[in-house]
Design a protein around this ligand. Structure first.
Ligand code: FAD
Length: 659
């Protein structure tokens, strides 16, 4: 019988509880000169916004990132936009509707109260970013423009062309820089957290490595916040930046922080398909393109075969022979169904032989109809940089007219296929974003909190900035309130020395294996196992095979790895080896969780549990909980602990995007 835990949430989006929460916020005086130190690890949107806000409130912040500038965090990759319930379109949007869409999009596996809070602060985020000068797209009349993203029937996505993440990060970075200038934030670039230090059961500091010198450094503080992103790169090929790794989160997990819902991995439907085994990265084509692009494969298998053989091109297939399968299957949402639904539908068509490229693993995303209706200029204003990016990578410009049939112009379509993109699982946090280790907080993509089993598009930036600007800076004070009387612990404590010694010994171990295989070759093999057995379609049998293969490969890693160089100075291979060690822990965790969850929900699709129409089949009676995992040592199965979900405002039902 698994243990059960309580999220410590003030039970649901109940107005009375909210009043208490708001009252607490008013007690915080931003002018207070606090003598409390907080370490914030990460400078993506979550980390930079949190560090800037905590600095502004008077805390002394130590902020670290592995890049040479906070502006290079993975968050700059975000293209399509950020959600908020402003209802500028007068299309019936509201905080409740955003809350409802997000809970439904997550297949009723998110914590209801957290999502309500997220929807509630969404509008403040837009105001904050506009005040910082973020250049959101505007309508002709000057109002901020909106577009639609999957899983919603309203237009609530704010955007800055296809560079929303970059513009938001520049805004957060400006605020952060003000606090650096004011002396409230001390920024350490090219520093990587290597372990969290626990003193008397509380997170009191970290061991970090100066990546340019290889020197290990100790930092102590009254609380530690990790904002270190997701674990998508466990799959080797993903849309995540090369530097994304889950090491900080795994270090916290090894030290006792629960890891929640690791099997909830998002596979994005619109990525440029894999084109060979020398690839190390996949490119996302933003979901925003589904506003105007239509997804299709041929109706006739002969056409599909001709496309695969290269004897026919997409633009030679007339309208009546195209199967706009999302519009056919989901008339109410069409091309704007949530990502998990769109990805599975693409896989289903390709599995049936209707794929459109030489590997048979692609579908078309076509702008012919919208360009004919709106003109290329309008489409370029909306997606110009995405069209250019697609051309740079594939040599095909989706705005090029290629054929005319019966007076209708046909443009060159994009080819897309699902790929690993985002991870909904993460370090377990309570309502205040505190992990199961007191004093350790997790925000942004590296926590599990708000997206349930599937994240809706444009909600990650919303969550990261909600956590960083509007939630953590207030909730952390409930923890810090009684810390003000405690002196900051010294980095000379034996706990720091032991942690540092262990990090050092681990580096020696990896350097001394002196085997024959490079980090990348093993990582690529791990990625194949993950995609094959723990990917889009999972079965109990496949997951067990995947786990066995991962154990074998981990042994290979431990005995036949070759890491060149030394631990002194810059050694990127050594850093990658440490990340790969942690991807092994992560991969197994994803498989354990997927194996234990005998249902399909959101991004977790167990082939044994599907409806006759191939939709995910949930089992609310047995799996209506957050699955938290407690580390039990290398090679041992982690222990499952359940946080029961409690819904008060939303009726749990089967997701329906058809009508
Ligand atoms: C191609 C692409 C497009 C996307 N588009 C959108 C979109 O349009 N809308 C949307 O809402 N979401 C989008 N997303 C998702 C969104 O970008 C991410 O979920 C979000 O930016 C994550 O932010 P974060 O701050 O949590 O983490 P990250 O941006 O990943 O930042 C992590 C930070 O932690 C640091 N770090 C990591 N490990 C360590 C360590 N051990 N020590 C020190 N520092 C460390 C890194 O240096 C970095 O500063 C997109 C994602 C991708 C891949």
């Amino acid at each position: 019988m698994a243990k059960k835990i309580d999220s410590k949430i003030p039970a649901g989006p109940v107005p009375e509880k909210w009043k208490e929460y708001k009252a607490h916020q008013r007690l915080v005086n931003p002018k207070n000169k606090l003598k409390l130190d907080v370490i914030v690890v990460g400078t993506g949107l979550a980390g930079a916004s949190a560090a800037a806000s905590l600095g502004e409130m008077g805390f002394n912040v130590i902020n670290l990132c592995i890049q040479d500038s906070p502006r290079r965090a993975h968050s700059i990759a975000a293209q399509g936009g950020i959600n908020a319930a402003k209802c500028y379109q007068n299309d019936g949007d509201s905080i409740y509707r955003l809350f409802y869409d997000t809970v439904k999009g997550g297949d009723y596996r998110a914590r209801e109260a957290n999502v309500y809070r997220l929807a509630e602060v969404s509008n403040n985020i837009i105001d904050q970013c506009v005040a910082q000068g973020v250049p959101f797209a505007r309508e002709y009349g000057g109002m901020l423009a909106n577009r639609s993203f999957g899983g919603a029937q309203v237009s609530r996505t704010f955007y800055a062309k296809g560079q929303t993440g970059q513009q938001l990060l520049l805004g957060a970075y400006s605020s952060l820089s003000c606090q650096v200038q004011a002396g409230k934030v001390k920024l350490y670039t090219r520093y990587e957290m290597e372990d969290v230090v626990i003193v008397d059961g509380r997170a009191r500091g970290i061991i970090a490595k100066d990546l340019t010198t290889g020197k290990l450094v100790r930092f102590s503080a009254n609380a530690v916040v990790i904002a270190t992103g997701g674990y998508g790169n466990t799959y080797f090929l993903s849309t995540n930046a090369m530097g994304c790794n889950c090491s900080a989160a795994v270090q916290c997990y090894r030290k006792g922080a629960y890891f929640a819902n690791p099997s909830y991995v998002q596979i994005h439907p619109t990525c440029i398909p894999v084109h060979g085994d020398k690839q190390s990265k996949l490119t996302l084509m933003s979901e925003s393109l589904r506003n105007d692009g239509r997804i299709w494969v041929p109706k006739n298998i002969e056409d599909a075969k001709a496309l695969q053989a290269g004897t026919k091109q997409g633009w030679e297939i007339p309208e009546e022979d195209r199967d706009y399968y999302l519009e056919r299957r989901y008339p109410a949402f069409g091309n704007l169904v949530p990502r998990d639904v769109a990805s599975r539908a693409a896989k289903e068509r390709c599995d049936k032989g209707f794929g459109v490229n030489n590997t048979g693993l692609a579908v078309f995303l076509d702008f012919s109809e919208s360009i004919n209706r709106l003109g290329l200029d309008v489409i370029m204003q909306r997606y110009g940089n995405l069209f250019e990016m697609y051309e740079e990578i594939t040599d095909v410009f989706p705005g090029d007219v290629a054929n005319e049939i019966n007076g209708v112009k046909y443009y060159k379509p994009m080819m897309i296929y699902p790929a690993i993109h985002y991870t909904m699982g993460g370090i377990w946090v309570d309502y205040e974003l505190q992990t199961s280790i007191p004093g350790l907080f997790a925000i942004g993509e590296c926590n599990f909190s708000d997206h349930g089993a599937n994240r809706l598009g444009a909600s990650a930036l919303m969550q990261g900035l909600a956590d960083g600007y509007f939630v953590l800076p207030y909730t952390i004070q409930n923890y810090l309130a009684d810390q003000a009387v405690w002196p900051k612990v010294s980095t000379d404590l034996p706990e720091f020395a032991e942690a540092e010694k262990a990090v050092d010994a681990e580096q020696d171990r990896l350097l001394n294996i002196k085997g024959k295989r490079s980090v990348d070759s093993i990582h690529k093999e791990l990625g194949h196992i993950m995609w094959e057995y723990v990917g889009m379609g999972r079965t109990a049998e496949g997951l067990k095979t995947g786990l066995k293969k991962m154990h074998e490969l981990e042994k290979e890693f431990d005995t036949n790895l070759f890491v060149p160089g030394t631990k002194e100075g810059l050694n990127i291979e050594l850093d990658k080896a440490i990340h790969l060690r942690d991807f092994f822990t992560m991969g197994q965790l994803v498989a354990f969780d997927a194996l234990s969850r005998n249902e399909s929900c959101g991004g977790h699709f167990r082939e044994e549990y599907q409806t006759e129409e191939g939709e995910a089949k949930r089992d609310d009676e047995n799996y209506f909980y957050v699955g938290c995992w407690e580390y039990k040592g290398k090679g041992n199965e982690p222990e499952l602990i359940k946080e029961p979900l409690e819904y008060e405002a939303i009726k749990v039902q089967t997701r329906n995007y058809k009508n």
